[in-house]
Design a protein around this ligand. Structure first.
Ligand code: SF4
Length: 276
């Protein structure tokens, strides 16, 4: 596969997502194993299917509210979670890496259901309109001096809301054991990607700041929902586009190297990395 093919979508458009940018910035070699060389994964951290299953359950909650004006009962949300997780785990042929707080499949299911109950009991949409759920957007990536590149920035936004003042709020649903620091929320590139996509697709005025919120379901003995708000300005979007272009230049130049960090513990390519 060529480096360009690694960045082509089904419709043959060159594209890059926040997830690819995140992976490249944290370990360019991992990006190459996954997207350029297309290596099969060697192991799977439970955090990935667990997070996807929670996402699918929360998506069901918001979609039913948006489409029918009524939320699914908690049991239906929990059933969606359990089905998604079981399907993912049953279809995996590689070893699963379980965690201290979810040491096996049963405890992961129990934890997920307790987290969804905390979500269900705490979520508050008073005065809020659901604009869209799992909204796929794309936008041309521009260079720092305002020239259009051949690349699209793509992303799927978990949730877009409108508050009682008519302001858009973009929400990213996360699961985490630890609380999110305000500085982490303020620096997170995923929200900047969302903000770039919303501004480029006219959900907000091109130079307007975008209200962003992380809804974090904490993996605790007694799970809870925490919300951390932040904003993204047009200047942050400009800087992010510069980062995205630098990542594309690194990929084009074939700059791939290991970057050991705490993320290595969960890396799906650690054998390939050792052999590199
Ligand atoms: S084991 Fe660590 S350094 Fe090696 S590819 Fe994975 S994340 Fe990168």
């Amino acid at each position: 596969m060529s480096k360009k093919q690694a960045l082509q979508a089904f419709n043959q458009e060159l594209h890059i997502s926040h997830s690819q940018i995140f992976t490249y910035l944290n370990c360019s070699l991992k990006w190459a194993f996954q997207h350029y060389m297309g290596l099969p994964i060697e192991r799977l951290s439970i955090a990935l299917p667990f997070g996807s299953a929670i996402h699918a359950a929360i998506e069901l909650y918001y979609r039913s509210l948006k489409n029918r004006g009524q939320a699914e009962p908690l049991k239906a949300i929990c059933d969606r979670f359990e089905t998604c997780l079981e399907l993912d785990l049953d279809n995996t042929t590689v070893p699963i890496i379980y965690k201290k707080n979810t040491p096996d499949k049963e405890s992961a299911i129990e934890m997920g259901k307790a987290m969804l109950k905390a979500f269900y009991d705490s979520v508050n949409l008073d005065g809020i309109e659901i604009v869209d759920v799992e909204l796929p957007l794309s936008a041309t990536l521009f260079t720092d001096d305002g020239k259009a590149t051949d690349f699209k920035l793509v992303g799927i936004l978990d949730l877009v809301l409108r508050d009682e003042n008519g302001e858009i709020i973009v929400v990213d649903n996360k699961t985490a054991a630890r609380p999110m620091a305000q500085s982490t929320a303020d620096d997170d590139n995923q929200m900047t990607t969302y903000s770039y996509l919303l501004a480029a697709n006219k959900y907000v005025f091109p130079t307007a700041p975008v209200n962003c919120r992380f809804d974090i379901l904490r993996k605790l003995k007694t799970p809870k929902l925490e919300q951390v708000s932040t904003i993204r300005t047009a200047e942050q979007r400009r800087r992010f586009a510069k980062i995205a272009n630098a990542v594309l230049a690194g990929i084009d130049a074939g700059i791939f190297m290991p970057q050991p960090s705490w993320m290595c513990g969960d890396c799906a390519y650690s054998d390939a990395c050792k052999a590199w």
